[in-house]
Design a protein around this ligand. Structure first.
Ligand SMILES: Cc1cc2nc3c(=O)[nH]c(=O)nc-3n(C[C@H](O)[C@H](O)[C@H](O)COP(=O)(O)O)c2cc1C
Length: 304
């Protein structure tokens, strides 16, 4: 085992970044009433009874002393259209609260307007943890609102909402199809009834896809949209999800090993291209989303 003091902090920070999170702004008041706040993705729910949460704050943050001494603080979970708010509170601007909409809440804590959820806490415990302080808050009030979250992954923001909108728009259009690239035992699940193709849903909805695979004894776990494109040959949209699948292989299916994906003779050229991209993404260890038409389009790194 490596001695912890020999670990490369930059590489460690990057590895931590592989954990996709939401984004919060943590707020409080100085003793003179001035509001203070910083952006944090280290938020964790801790306990329901008693109701506790935590946030880790760098000791180097300008607001560290203020938070360490404050009797209360609030956590605001940002929505997908609050990237600018995240950027503002991650900056060292002296007047962060002059540049965003907020409202005083319980215990006079500043609550960010438009947040998906807010938690107002009493400072329950302060833990000294290396170069960070762990602020453990005991929740006294909370509120939630409708909306999609702002995501953060490998140093980039991402939006969960866009993928869902794409998939829903596709499902509503005639001639649409919905399929999946499902990883299984070091390969990808393909339907093989004389012609090779990716598994497709009987109806173009995610529920229909998972129900049909489950009915055949497979256990799919879908994680994100992998491709959404207009298919001019059918006049509809095509949406393919990415995920994994377990279970006994039913008749008419096979697992194509990763090494054979790029040269697989799939009946549908768009699916063949998708598998080439999948093999490449797998090698790079980072996945992308494709959108465009069945022949030309753009890929966007997941998280970019
Ligand atoms: C998405 C994102 C997440 C962050 N998460 C944390 C965090 O969990 N803890 C922390 O101390 N800083 C975090 N930061 C950095 C602080 O927001 C930044 O250092 C800020 O300047 C601190 O404000 P202050 O110096 O005015 O206190 C994050 C920044 C971003 C953009």
């Amino acid at each position: 085992m490596t001695d912890p003091k020999d670990l490369d902090p930059k590489a460690l920070r990057q590895a931590f970044g592989a954990f996709a999170t939401g984004v919060t702004v943590v707020t409080t008041r100085q003793p003179d009433g001035t509001p203070r706040g910083f952006t944090a993705n280290s938020f964790t729910s801790v306990s329901l009874d008693p109701p506790l949460l935590l946030v880790c704050l760098a000791k180097t943050a300008h607001s560290a002393d203020t938070f360490a001494a404050a009797p209360h603080f609030a956590v605001n979970i940002l929505s997908e259209d609050q990237k600018a708010v995240s950027g503002l509170f991650a900056s060292r601007a002296p007047d962060k609260f002059a540049q965003c909409a907020w409202t005083p809440g319980p215990a006079d804590m500043p609550l960010i307007d438009g947040a998906l959820a807010t938690f107002t806490c009493a400072n329950h415990q302060l833990v000294d943890a290396g170069d960070h302080l762990i602020l453990i808050g005991r929740i006294h009030d909370f509120a939630t609102a409708e909306g999609q979250p702002l995501g953060y992954f490998r140093g980039n923001y991402f939006s969960v909402g866009i993928e869902k909108d794409l998939a829903e728009a596709a499902a509503a259009t005639k001639g649409s199809r919905l399929g999946a690239v499902l990883a299984c035992n070091g390969g990808v699940l393909l339907k093989d009834d004389g012609k090779l193709c990716l598994p497709l849903a009987p109806q173009p909805t995610l529920d229909s896809l998972t129900a049909s695979l489950t009915a055949q004894g497979l256990m799919p776990e879908i994680d994100f949209v992998y491709a959404a494109f207009d298919d001019r040959s059918t006049g509809g949209h095509a949406v393919y999800y990415h995920g994994t699948v377990h279970g006994t292989l039913p008749n008419g299916y096979r697992i194509l090993p990763l090494a054979d994906l790029a040269s697989a003779a799939l009946a549908n050229p768009a699916e063949a291209q998708m598998l080439c991209r999948y093999a490449e993404d797998f090698r790079n260890g980072s996945f992308s989303i494709y959108h465009g038409t069945e022949t030309t389009g753009q890929t966007r790194q997941l998280g970019a």
